[in-house]
Ligand binder design. Structure first.
Ligand SMILES: NC(=O)c1ccc[n+]([C@@H]2O[C@H](COP(=O)([O-])OP(=O)(O)OC[C@H]3O[C@@H](n4cnc5c(N)ncnc54)[C@H](OP(=O)(O)O)[C@@H]3O)[C@@H](O)[C@H]2O)c1
Length: 265
């Protein structure tokens, strides 16, 4: 398989590393297109480096667009001149719809995906939707590649990428915020920061694994920690009084609306 990645920042680089780590592409078959020389030293062990979008891109089975959405306009015209109809274009840019990708690239076989930042350590989750023109073979190729960065989920409806963006795309930031706030609470209650930090991080890790292995719902697991008149119940009374659930849901709904607004759908 031959792959081109246009834009090798956090995500593009994470993809390149995962594909190479799992032997999905050879060094000479991976073309990394950069905007400047700055990252060459860091990336040339992964694949061939180019500073321009030229006919070499037309040799790839898959072209991944890993630039920021605002940089898409600058590369679309160059790409539309070199893409061949049998190639698949996979965009991970937030908010740029399949119809817009198809129109600006003049290309039908397009996939739109929403990864998240744990993809950088092979623990991401990516939801993706395909243009109707993709064959089963092409869809499986994309899914296999995305699975190398964590897990991949196929969406029937492109519109679902907006709530996906709000849940899993932005989700790592919600998690880091909760961790940060819990550590701050521990420090305010008198714990040394390193102790509070170790307690919160290991609690998150252990709780995640308990949820995965215990075969019980989050609700059942909450009840198992909470006893009548106890400490957890006191915390939850405060959470309910300040409508923590409502705030979280409102925040996630706002993120989904923003995703819809960005994509203009
Ligand atoms: N980060 C996340 O958690 C996340 C989650 C979901 C989706 N995404 C999407 O993933 C995409 C990339 O995000 P990121 O966090 O990886 O951003 P990033 O670190 O800023 O990477 C973007 C890269 O694109 C390069 N670039 C810009 N214009 C270019 C051009 N004309 N030719 C070649 N390379 C060019 C930039 O080069 P320079 O280094 O020279 O600026 C930069 O290295 C975005 O569209 C974002 O919406 C990101």
């Amino acid at each position: 398989m031959r792959i081109t990645i246009v834009g090798c920042g956090n995500m593009g680089q994470a993809y390149a590393r995962s594909f190479r780590k799992y032997g999905l592409v050879e060094h000479e078959d991976l073309l990394l297109i950069l905007r400047s020389e700055g990252r060459r030293g860091q990336l040339e062990a992964l694949g061939r480096i180019s500073l321009s979008i030229d006919m070499a891109v037309g040799q790839s089975d898959l072209v991944i667009l890993g630039v920021k959405p605002q940089d898409f306009g600058g590369i679309a015209a160059h790409l539309s001149g070199v893409l061949r109809p049998e190639q698949v274009v996979l965009s991970i840019m937030a908010g740029i719809t399949i119809p817009r990708l198809q129109a600006e690239l003049g290309h039908r076989t397009v996939v739109r995906a929403m990864p998240n930042s744990p993809a950088q350590i092979g623990m991401g989750i990516t939801a993706y939707a395909t243009g109707a023109e993709l064959s089963m073979r092409q869809t499986l190729m994309v899914e296999q590649l995305l699975n190398s960065t964590g897990r991949a989920i196929h969406l029937e409806h492109e519109a679902h990428l907006d709530p996906v963006t709000a849940l899993s795309g932005s989700g790592p930031a919600y998690f880091f915020h909760i961790v940060r706030t819990m550590i701050a609470a521990g420090v305010e209650l008198g714990l040394p920061r390193h102790v509070a930090s170790a307690l919160v991080k290991q609690t998150m890790l252990g709780s995640y694994h308990l949820m995965e292995h215990a075969d019980r719902t989050p609700e059942e697991l909450i009840k198992a920690v909470m006893s009548k008149g106890g400490t957890t119940e006191a915390a939850f009374a405060e959470f309910t009084a300040s409508d923590l659930d409502g705030s979280l849901k409102k925040g996630i709904a706002a993120a989904s609306r923003r995703a819809t607004g960005l994509s203009g759908s």
